[in-house]
Design a protein around this ligand. Structure first.
Ligand code: GEK
Length: 247
């Protein structure tokens, strides 16, 4: 868990805005991020908790673990605690300086052993090497769809046999009725967590061209194409899910 210093309340879309700019991970977002993601992503906390358990299972001795799109490092902290194999290190990457600055601060407060490098860069530029665990926790959805296959192939190539990719995403459904239903249920979840109709609708507009969800079938097929041998969903809550892809 992140320290309470990182627990400012998200009010970014509470006032009516004349122009809604595309969502971007700037300092305003970084300042309220833990509150924003917990009240926006059903199951987020459960996934973060389980990343520790999955890491315990999959981290191999003398390997590297990657948290790609690490934000403030919530998944990194879980991985760090889950590592029981010797000689592991973690590389946590985000291209938002506001996020990586605060991520380093959060990690400084954590007393677990495995070393962590926090890198401010685009995950498309980062080399993946000797990896046993790779986490893409709600990050691939921000990469243009046409570039997703190449990124997943690079990750697969940089992984050890038996390593795992944990891929969490907001998804859409091919069935229109189900898609509307689960989108409505997600918005109700946000209202139940204190967001107003205005906040829900302005945030939705800000994310429209930035977060592109795909179906679970598309994710599964692309992961198999990238070379992963075993792929399936291990967690789902409404239109949010997490998959395991084993090399
Ligand atoms: C968590 N994983 O708390 N390169 C690097 N970082 C990127 C890129 C990119 N091309 N595109 C987006 N990001 C975290 C939550 S948030 C999910 C991840 C959300 C970063 C972006 O700066 C942001 O910090 C993160 O990916 C997505 O477990 O806000 O829905």
């Amino acid at each position: 868990m992140l320290h309470s210093e990182f627990m400012n309340k998200d009010k970014l879309y509470s006032e009516s805005l004349a122009h809604i700019a595309n969502f971007n991970f700037d300092a305003h977002v970084a300042d309220v991020f833990p509150d924003m993601i917990e009240r926006s992503v059903p199951g987020y906390r459960a996934i973060i908790t389980m990343i520790e358990t999955l890491t315990e299972h999959y981290a191999q001795p003398d390997s590297t673990l990657y948290d790609l799109g690490c934000s403030l490092g919530a998944a990194t902290l879980s991985m760090r605690r889950g590592i029981s194999a010797d000689g592991c290190r973690i590389v946590s990457v985000d291209n938002s300086t506001a996020m990586t600055k605060r991520c380093r601060k959060a990690l400084d407060r954590d007393l677990s052993d495995p070393p962590v490098d926090v890198v401010c860069d685009d995950i498309r530029n980062v080399k993946i090497n000797n990896a046993s665990v790779v986490v893409l926790n709600f990050t691939l959805q921000f990469i243009p769809p046409k570039e997703r296959a190449q990124l997943l192939e690079k990750i697969h190539n940089g992984m050890r046999p038996g390593g795992v990719l944990i891929l969490s995403e907001k998804v859409r459904f091919a069935d229109e009725h189900l898609n509307h239903l689960l989108t409505d249920i997600h918005h109700n979840f946000k209202r139940a967590h204190g967001y107003s109709d205005l906040e829900v609708s302005q945030k939705r507009s800000a994310l429209e061209n930035v977060l592109i969800p795909e179906t679970i079938a598309t994710h599964r097929e692309r992961l198999m194409q990238a070379g992963f041998s075993s792929v399936d969903v291990w967690f789902q809550c409404f239109n949010f899910m997490s998959m395991l892809a084993v090399k």
